[in-house]
Ligand binder design. Structure first.
Ligand code: G3P
Ligand code: MG
Length: 244
């Protein structure tokens, strides 16, 4: 099943305008008129899927150490907002359940990027897939993407009905074969590696092409007009969804 994709997707919840991977970010995205968001999901020491980008806590929270070594009770005490600005002080590290439910409440479509800690690729894929199935329960589901082939394989096994996207920095020469093998419905890569040849290949193979991250309105306009399906954006203030 091919998902209906918004043309602009807020990167890490609220892009550059809110602390990444937070509930505040989801509210900011909705406030800017975004209909779609992307966020990163990893497992805590208790095996709970939570929203965070790095394998360690230091950059985006006041905690220390690896996410995979941190219990839920400890994660719940962390401040994931102050690093971005005092107005976000006390913003928690959300669980995937909390974020998914807020997406549903705000009417936001989601691209859930599975970001496994090292050695936890399959377990993370499996747990995120099962949680997504529980949260969305028959409603139009999120798109589950990952850089990890093992995570995507686990998603396919645990919840084959959930749409999957293959995520790369630079497209490998065999990206189409990988998409087919994993039964992915979309292909995502860095804007830096976009080329008209890649777009032609994606079109011919029937894979919607999604690029991260694009923040210049002119660039966004050209890419979408040329046939790129969707763009991940940090500057929600510069890229108004109504204009594209
Ligand atoms: O899913 C697109 C993008 O989020 C991938 O890169 O590092 O921002 O998660 P990163
Ligand atoms: Mg991401």
């Amino acid at each position: 099943m091919k998902p209906l994709l918004p043309r602009l997707i807020a990167h890490r919840c609220g892009g550059a305008l809110a602390p990444e991977n937070t509930l505040a970010g989801l509210r900011v995205a909705a406030g800017y008129g975004y209909r779609g968001v992307e966020f990163d999901v990893m497992l805590s020491a208790d095996g709970t899927p939570v929203l965070i980008h790095d394998e360690t806590l230091e950059r985006t929270t006041n905690g220390h150490g690896r996410v995979a070594d941190t219990r839920d009770t400890e994660l719940a005490r962390l401040d994931a907002g102050s690093w971005h600005g005092a107005q976000f002080a006390g913003e928690p590290v959300p669980s995937f359940v909390e974020a998914g439910e807020l997406c549903l409440a705000l009417g936001l479509w989601a691209n859930v990027e599975i970001k496994p800690g090292r050695g936890q690729e399959s377990e993370t894929g499996r747990k995120v897939a099962r949680a997504a199935r529980d949260i969305w329960q028959g409603l139009p589901p999120p798109l589950l993407s990952s850089f990890s082939i093992d995570a995507l394989t686990a998603v396919r096994e645990a919840a084959p009905e959930l749409p999957r996207g293959l995520l790369c920095v630079a497209p490998p020469t065999d990206w189409q074969a990988l998409c087919r093998q994993l039964e992915c419905v979309t292909f995502h890569c860095s804007r830096r590696y976009f080329s008209s040849r890649l777009l032609d290949e994606a079109r011919a193979a029937g894979f919607p092409l999604l690029l991260y991250t694009v923040n210049q309105p002119e660039d966004a306009g050209h890419l979408l007009d040329s046939g790129v399906t969707a763009l991940f954006a940090d500057r929600l203030d510069l890229l108004a969804p109504d204009s594209f």
